[in-house]
Every structure is written in structure tokens, then in C-alpha cells.
Design a protein around this ligand. Sequence first.
Ligand SMILES: Nc1ncnc2c1ncn2[C@@H]1O[C@H](COP(=O)(O)OP(=O)(O)OP(=O)(O)O)[C@@H](O)[C@H]1O
Ligand SMILES: [Mg+2]
Length: 296
Amino acid sequence: MALTKIILPSVLPSYQGKVRDLYDLGESIIMVASDRLSAFDVIFEQGIPHKGEILTAISNSWFQWLTNVKNHLISTEVKDFPAPFSDFDSQLNGRAVWVKKTKRIDFECVVRNYLMGSAWAEYKKLGTVNGEQLPPGLEAGCRLQTPIFTPATKADEGHDINVPFSAMQNSLGKELAESIRKASIELFERVSQQLATQNILLLDTKLEFGLLDNELILIDEIFTPDSSRFCQISEWENAIEKKIPVPTMDKQIIRDYLEKIQWDKSPPPPALPDDIIERTRQKYVQIQEIVKCITE
Ligand SMILES: Nc1ncnc2c1ncn2[C@@H]1O[C@H](COP(=O)(O)OP(=O)(O)OP(=O)(O)O)[C@@H](O)[C@H]1O
Ligand SMILES: [Mg+2]
């Protein structure tokens, strides 16, 4: 059974994201990952069983492994949480983290090493990615010369919008924007190298940062199948050779199904067949196992 609604006795969430419920405690937050599934920005009735626990485990593993980068974690153990949350072990164990509340930087810090998704869509139309010219003649899903930083605004409602790096510089100041860009690319490269040892490509990822006492900290979730595109190296090579879409290890199975049934991408969402949910769950589990191998 998928846990799409988390009900805790005596407390109500301050904010519900597409996947997480947040309990704001002033200087800190209890962040609880549900099994909710969203596709094309619509939340589905059905969830993916254990997705919240899988995402939390993957993200925690990376946070703990990337020791030289500051992150928002205070504790991943329910028994350490402040009252009354410490009493909710049965609902929260493995899904919840107690984190430092930061002043969130309202940009999605996206790094891409492959031409996929919205970057491919823009390139195909205009020959640019986030307004920057790329060499002509690139193919869908191809590897770029170096990882590129392609920020997007964090829209409260609806779709995030890709913006040029200069927009981020204008909004945050050159120095802060540049330190975020540098940190994002460095993280991307470190994690890519590790995944490559397990025959996995990191195609792109989305990071979020916050400020606490003027210090930049990594927040939210990192290098999970909800925030990143992963692909088996052999499957990527096969897709490029045959000029077919690159099969990524995430909810792509669901997006493909929704395209096949020609859903108009507005609520209400359609019911999903059990095997589509199960195949998606297996992709999340595969990534969890690979990350465990790297970080343990
Ligand atoms: N340490 C932190 N300080 C402040 N905000 C945080 C922190 N960690 C995560 N967040 C925010 O908590 C929310 C997590 O919820 P969830 O992942 O469900 O959101 P989402 O639907 O993906 O994105 P959003 O709600 O931002 O559109 C995000 O808005 C994220 O930016
Ligand atoms: Mg999120």
C-alpha cells in the first residue's frame, strides 16, 4: 500500500508539497516524504509504495557521504526529533528528517551533462539552452562537452521556468550566483564519477540551496530519482545508436504511459495500471541499491 496521506495525531502540516509534508518548528522543520506521485505537475490518487522511504534513504546516504558539503540535516532518527514528533515512530521512521530551516534560494539549480527534457525541447526549437547558444547538429540525449548549469525559477504554482544564468546573477548578486553554480557543478561531477563505477550515468539533476547565517547549505533532497535522471550506460548507448528515447530510471515509465493514453495533463489524473506502478517502484529500488553500494 502506498502512503499518500500522512496523518499525525495532534499536529497539522504547515505546507504540503507535491511529495513532502512540512512541519515548521520555527528554526527547524520536520520534513516527511509521502509515497505521492506527481507527473506533469499533477498529483495522482495512487502513489508508489515505499517511494517516500526510498527517496529519504537515497538522499540521506548522499548527504552523509558528501562530508565536505554543508547540508540541512539535524537528525534522521525519529527518537531524536522534538516532541511530539519523537512519538510518531510508526508513521515517520525512514520517511522523515529533522532539518535546519533556511532562507530558501528560489532557484532550482539544475546541472545537465546530456541534452534531455526541457533543454532538448528548447535546443530543438531555438538552438539554445537557457538562452545560451550550443553547437549546431546535436542529437536528443547526447552528451555535452562539459556539464552545464541551467537554473530554473521555483514557481509556487505550475511549471518551473528555465532562465539564463544572468537572471540568477541579477536576482542574487554575481558572487552568490557564482558560488551556487560552482558548488552545483562540483557536486554533479563527484556523484557522476561514483555512479559511473556502477555503470550508471547521471544525465541531469536538480539541487536546492538555502542560506543560514549567510552560509550556503544544501537542502531538500539530493540525487534521487525524483530530482535526477539516471540511466544504465549500455541502455544509453543503445538508445543513441538506434535514435530512440533514452530510458531513464525514474517515473519515465509513467510519463510514457500517460502519453500513450493521450491524457490531457490536467486534473483529474487517470488511474494507473498496477504493472506500471510496480515497474516504476523497481526503478526507484534499483537506484537505492546502487547508491547504497557507493555510500556504505
Ligand atoms: N532546509 C529547508 N529549508 C527551507 N525549505 C526547505 C528545506 N528543505 C526543503 N525545503 C522545501 O520544502 C519543500 C519540500 O516539499 P516537496 O519536495 O514536496 O516540494 P515540491 O512539490 O517538489 O516543490 P515545491 O513545493 O517547492 O514546488 C520544497 O518546497 C523545498 O524547497
Ligand atoms: Mg521536491
